[in-house]
Design a protein around this ligand. Structure first.
Ligand code: NAP
Length: 377
């Protein structure tokens, strides 16, 4: 049974649920928060230490903190597995995350609003929503009750399921950040997506097509038909063809989701002067992991600046490390495109959240090439 109540501080809240997720809202000791959510037992996949899939622990006593005024409590129905989840589990970002263990993995979520903070205006309790957390969030989405800020969520398109919706936001917002916020692509421009077979690359193809750009991509042979069906004008198989000679002409923007030396060299050579090269493999996290935050961050900034100056001088292009970031306007456009079927990320396989270790192992061992989603019910 679920009961809806209205409070002053926490504007709406649902009370009830199964024994494993019983919770209620009560006045908080903090006047600022107004009300406090007390969750007696909420399932979550905890990461107590870095390692292989076996370190993941599904617990039913994870803490749900008080909602801040701009935050939303989401009853998660589906969460997708991103490469960031498996690499964080293995220790990527340890300079930032190690002191904060145990943490909850997961960035993407699709579910229903269970409660909202005092200043939330755009969402209401019971509404179906989807969205994604920032890459550095410590309390992730592999849990029955995820907490995101209002600008990290939007209404879920009614035309797609929670499983389909959960596959989209983190990847699509990363592509949005590169193409729209950094390169500011416009109608008629030529865009190259290196790695159009992956989730970010495929989202990038669809966003650039929706912006009426001419899109080329590199991907494996199995992804070529899908890239062309999504509107790419040229899809080059990186396993059998020489990319630079196959892709003629000059591009206004190159999004490199692979970001190895060879793709960086090729991408930069294919840009026109003034064009933007954006790699998803920025070195900030790996350098801070190696040297610590205090030394690693300045080294990363210096390396980025050196590359930016070097490429501006040698090729006349703009060089960027791209990182996913919440963007309410981007998420709204992603929702609109998903609603009408112009932005999809195919889901290869789903696992119940109880099989999270199996899902991570399958991704680690590359047994499943496409998107994997964890279901919570
Ligand atoms: N900086 C950030 O904020 C951020 C955000 C999201 C993701 N990322 C990173 O970006 C990368 C992609 O993420 P994703 O979610 O799209 O991963 P994904 O869905 O697992 O896609 C990776 C795909 O890249 C393709 N690929 C591999 N080598 C290639 C090459 N040399 N040329 C062209 N395509 C190649 C493969 O597709 P085929 O089947 O076509 O071979 C593979 O499926 C990951 O490394 C991830 O960690 C960074």
């Amino acid at each position: 049974m679920r009961l809806l109540l209205r409070f002053n501080g926490l504007r709406n809240a649902a009370i009830g649920g199964a024994d494993s997720e019983r919770w209620l809202c009560s006045p908080s000791s903090s006047k600022k928060l107004g009300f406090r959510c007390i969750v007696t037992s909420c399932r979550a996949v905890l990461l107590p230490r870095f390692g292989g899939p076996e370190v993941l622990e599904l617990r039913d006593d994870a803490n749900v903190p008080d909602l801040k005024p701009n935050e939303v409590l989401v009853r998660a129905r589906a969460v997708s597995v991103n490469p960031l989840d498996t690499s964080m589990r293995s220790g990527y970002g340890r300079s930032l995350f190690e002191p904060l263990l145990p943490l909850i993995l997961g960035r993407d979520v699709s579910g229903e609003v269970a409660a909202i903070g005092a200043s939330v205006r755009s969402l209401s309790v019971g509404q179906e929503v989807f969205g994604a957390l920032h890459p550095t969030a410590v309390r992730g989405t592999y849990t029955d009750y995820a907490i995101l800020s209002e600008d990290e969520l939007t209404a879920k398109p009614v035309s797609i399921s929670h499983v389909e919706a959960s596959a989209i936001p983190f990847a699509a917002l990363t592509a949005w950040r590169a193409l729209k916020s950094t390169a500011r692509i416009t109608q008629g421009q030529r865009v190259l997506v290196v790695g159009g077979g992956g989730a970010v690359g495929f989202a990038a193809i669809q966003l650039a097509v929706a912006a009426e750009c001419h899109v080329s991509t590199t991907c494996g042979s199995e992804s070529i038909d899908r890239a062309m069906a999504a509107g790419a004008e040229q899809a080059v198989d990186y396993t059998t063809q020489d990319i630079e000679s196959a892709l003629k002409g000059q591009f206004d923007a190159v999004l490199d989701t692979i970001g190895v030396l060879e793709t960086e060299r090729t991408g930069i050579n294919l840009l026109r002067r003034g064009g933007h090269y954006m790699t998803l493999q920025g070195e900030a996290a790996s350098l801070t992991d190696r040297y610590g935050l205090a030394v690693g961050l300045p080294i990363a900034s210096a390396i980025l600046l050196k590359k930016q100056i070097q490429y501006r001088y040698s090729h006349g292009i703009e060089y960027w490390w791209t990182y996913m970031r919440a963007d309410a306007e981007g998420l709204a456009q992603i929702r609109r495109l998903s609603e009408v079927g112009k932005l999809k990320i195919p889901v290869e396989k789903t696992f119940p959240i109880t099989h999270v270790r199996e899902a991570h192992e399958a991704k680690d061992k590359r047994r499943i090439p496409g998107k994997v989603v964890l279901e919570l019910d």
